[in-house]
Design a protein around this ligand. Structure first.
Ligand SMILES: [Zn+2]
Length: 310
């Protein structure tokens, strides 16, 4: 399909070496590149002397050692977690053990809706089910340290517990996996929910911070406009699904073939889940119908429009 998002895949961080990416913000990339993680998960160190760490990253000894090395001689007072996928939160335990920092997040991992048969195993594979924050954050709650103020922004959609964080002093947002410059994120049930995701995009589009620092890849520039392009992209994908269903009922593999041209074969499963996320939202809105609850194996059709009352 026609991509209207001004992607930027520039990325010059090297695993193991922290570098300053914004005033008072250092970034350190983990060595876990892949189709979902791009060049690897980016952890951030905020402040100087008494610092916060955002997204300690995957269970990876070398990355934990590099993070602790980067803050040697400083005290780590806070750890913020954007969400509980295995590439973002598992190193929290070791960083907390080494530093005594307080862990802040929206909450433990949870699905966006009740599970269907077989989905529990899928959730287990991608999520850090053991994660527990010391302090749970509500939307717009602020946490302050020496020289930094972090405002939690509830941004469910990629996961139900996703939080972005605005750093007031630098006028930027740590956007986690919600908004990234290199790609759109996976929004896959049961972790993710498309209706929530769109609402969270609309929420960020109303803010003015020009720069986002995401969980993967380099900074997002002109962020409010970039978020608008994300919203248009998802609406275009929804239109493609409806266009295909207008020709007749279809299952998810048929829809994926119709919508994603030239897709990396490693991403076909994820694309199916992304289409399912759209279909769940369309069924909830009464635009699309299926028999029973929307599932990955279901057949979907346009809903009959209600007839006007006589
Ligand atoms: Zn994620």
């Amino acid at each position: 399909m026609n991509d209207d998002i001004p992607y930027n895949k520039a990325f010059d961080l090297v695993a193991g070496r922290a570098s300053e990416v914004a005033p008072g913000v250092r970034a350190l990339v983990a060595n876990n590149p892949g189709p979902f993680t791009f060049k690897g998960t980016v952890s951030y160190i905020i402040g100087r002397g008494q610092v916060a760490i955002l997204d300690p990253g995957p269970e990876d000894e070398a990355h934990v050692a590099a993070l602790l090395d980067a803050v040697r001689g400083e005290s780590v007072n806070a750890i913020f977690v954007t969400h509980t996928h295995r590439d973002h939160s598992p190193a929290t335990r070791k960083i907390k053990a080494a530093t005594g920092a307080t862990v802040y997040a929206q909450g433990p991992h949870r699905a966006a809706r009740p599970l269907h048969i077989g989905e529990a195993a899928q959730l287990d594979a991608s999520a850090d089910m053991a994660f527990r924050p010391d302090v749970t954050l509500a939307d717009q709650q602020t946490v302050t340290g020496k020289g930094w103020t972090m405002e939690a922004l509830a941004t469910p959609g990629h996961t139900a517990n996703h939080m972005a964080y605005a750093l007031h002093e630098a006028n930027l947002i740590f956007s986690g996996d919600h908004v990234m410059a290199w790609s759109t994120p996976i929004v896959a049930p049961p972790d993710g929910a498309m209706g929530d995701y769109m609402a969270s995009l609309t929420k960020l589009a109303q803010r003015s911070e020009p720069i986002y620092l995401p969980g993967h890849g380099g900074p997002v520039n002109n962020a409010p406009r970039f978020v608008q392009s994300y919203i248009r992209h998802r609406k275009a994908r929804e239109a493609s699904i409806l266009h295909r269903l207008d020709k007749g009922a279809a299952d998810i593999p048929t829809l994926v073939r119709a919508i994603y041209i030239g897709l990396d074969p490693r991403l076909i499963g994820a694309a199916g889940l992304s289409v399912l996320a759209h279909l769940e939202d369309l069924v909830a809105r009464g635009v699309v119908a299926t028999d029973g609850a929307p599932t990955i194996g279901g057949v979907y059709r346009l809903a009959e429009l209600p007839r006007p009352a006589a």
